[in-house]
Design a protein around this ligand. Structure first.
Ligand SMILES: Nc1nc2c(ncn2[C@@H]2O[C@H](COP(=O)(O)OP(=O)(O)OP(=O)(O)O)[C@@H](O)[C@H]2O)c(=O)[nH]1
Ligand SMILES: [Mg+2]
Length: 456
């Protein structure tokens, strides 16, 4: 839009404009000084105009390139998996760019782990303060808690590096500055890790405790003892703390993640949790295959309720929306625990389908977090306890079929004009499954854009 405006502005002010020509033409009545001044002014105007033309031509090139590329907008509530899908896009189509970010995601995962541990210690402390019953191993656990205290210092340092300005533990999730600024900060400020293979003794590691890798390696055994202790598990259960269900949960992988030589796997990088604030525009170039060199633009948004008003300026001209709706029928929104997650997704879906600005956009629906749905149903949680209208059938296929039908009927009824209903069920942390699916999705997008007359 701004490019079109500047093009118009240039047409109005450029040297080809008759008004400019008329104004600049030297009148026969002008004195030689006046003629000179006018001539200089004309040359200046021409120079500025040439610069504007060059800028416009550059901007047009960018715009044309954007038109010929895939442009995708990711929408959905917070924690629905938008950023994880974006990372899968990178891994599938621009793997070297994705893998170059491994050290960044390592720092994020370490902070995720430390916040997991901190949460456990907080719950234990609350328990010890409010109960008079002393379990036989309480003293051992208290000793472990004391031994893990250097992690608080590491947490502060990591938070400063990843998310400057945020007070450690202000939020459960890591919140970062938009548009990759945080990644550049980590690259420039990352503390050096000990050389691979070097395994210094515990004291050495603690003295060098500002390095999260060494500190976690030194404390690994204590962290495992803490997490695997049946008493600790019982306290977490009693206090309804389901760490396994929180994003960025790595406690079951601690032996691996706290190893001195730890390098995140692709799957770890999908599971790392960073909350998106505002709107982030990502660009990458397809590195291999038939579309090598094609540009992909993906816009990722913060899904929390307070962020949604910021999506609207990005609706104009959008071709494809990927809408993520995990079937989290038994969960509440983190930002507003009175609201059921699935109900929120349905409301949002209705808003997006009926939005007139998005009338020409293709919306691809993803029921993400299939693995979580599967585990929830396997644990015996019944859908009709939360959704009274749900008929019987507590298995993934039946639940998916029911909600797919509901989402499809809103799509058909509320879309301002007819458009295809495209649906996938996904597990964004399964990189192999996602790669195959995203290649298919990319083909669908290109096919639809070609049909609608767009040059791809
Ligand atoms: N188990 C499981 N976890 C997932 C899946 N998809 C995403 N996650 C995890 O869920 C958490 C939240 O995912 P994000 O991609 O950060 O969610 P988001 O929609 O970008 O959230 P906001 O940035 O707050 O809007 C992350 O830790 C992801 O790794 C999935 O299919 N299965
Ligand atoms: Mg996000």
């Amino acid at each position: 839009m701004s490019l079109v405006m500047s093009a118009n502005r240039a047409a109005r002010t450029g040297p080809g404009n008759p008004f400019v020509q008329r104004w600049a033409a030297t009148s026969q009545n002008d004195s030689p000084e006046a003629a000179l001044v006018k001539d200089m002014a004309f040359q200046k105007a021409q120079k500025i105009s040439k610069e504007i033309d060059e800028n416009i031509s550059e901007s047009k090139k960018v715009l044309d390139k954007k038109k010929k590329s895939a442009q995708i907008l990711l929408l959905g509530q917070s924690e629905s998996g938008k950023s994880a899908i974006l990372r899968n896009f990178q891994l599938t189509f621009a793997p070297s760019q994705f893998h170059a970010e491994r050290p960044i995601w390592k720092a994020v995962i370490q902070l995720n782990v430390i916040r997991n541990i901190k949460r456990i210690l907080e719950v234990l402390t609350e328990e010890w303060q409010t109960t008079t019953v002393v379990a036989p191993n309480t003293r051992d656990l208290q000793r472990i808690r004391l031994g893990l205290s250097p992690l608080l210092f590491i947490e502060t340092n990591l938070t400063k590096m990843i998310s400057p300005g945020e007070v450690a533990s202000q939020h459960r999730d890591i919140c970062v500055r938009p548009n990759g600024e945080w990644k550049s900060l980590i690259r420039s400020r990352r503390a050096g890790s000990p050389p691979s293979g070097v395994s210094p003794d515990r004291n050495y590691r603690l003295q060098n405790g500002t390095d999260p890798t060494s500190a976690l390696a030194a404390l690994k055994d204590d962290i495992i003892t803490l997490w695997e202790d049946p008493g600790v598990q019982a306290v977490l259960k009693k206090r309804h703390v389901r760490l396994e269900e929180t994003p960025g949960f790595f406690m079951n992988d601690i032996a691996r993640v706290a190893d001195i030589n730890y390098e995140p796997t692709d799957c770890d990088m999908m599971r790392a949790r960073v909350r998106t604030l505002g709107v982030e525009e990502h660009h990458f170039v397809i590195e291999k295959g038939l579309d090598v060199g094609t540009d992909v633009y993906v816009t990722d948004v913060g899904g929390a309720r307070s962020h949604r008003a910021r999506w609207v300026p990005y609706f104009e001209d959008v071709q494809t929306i990927m809408f993520l709706a995990p079937l989290a029928f038994n969960q509440q929104l983190e930002e507003d625990p009175k609201i059921n997650r699935l109900e929120d997704s349905i409301m949002l879906w209705k808003d997006i389908c009926s939005n007139k600005i998005l009338a020409n956009a293709i919306i691809i629906l993803f029921f993400n977090k299939k693995d979580v749905l599967s585990a929830t149903l396997a644990a015996g949680v019944r859908v009709n306890k939360y959704v009274p209208t749900y008929p019987d059938g507590n298995n993934v296929d039946a639940v998916t079929k029911y909600f797919k039908h509901r989402f499809r009927s809103y799509h058909r009824r509320l879309s301002p004009s007819e458009r295809p209903f495209i649906f996938h069920q996904t597990t964004a942390i399964d990189t192999t499954e996602m790669a195959a699916l995203l290649i298919g999705v990319r083909d669908t997008i290109l096919r639809i854009n070609l049909k609608s007359g767009e040059m791809i």
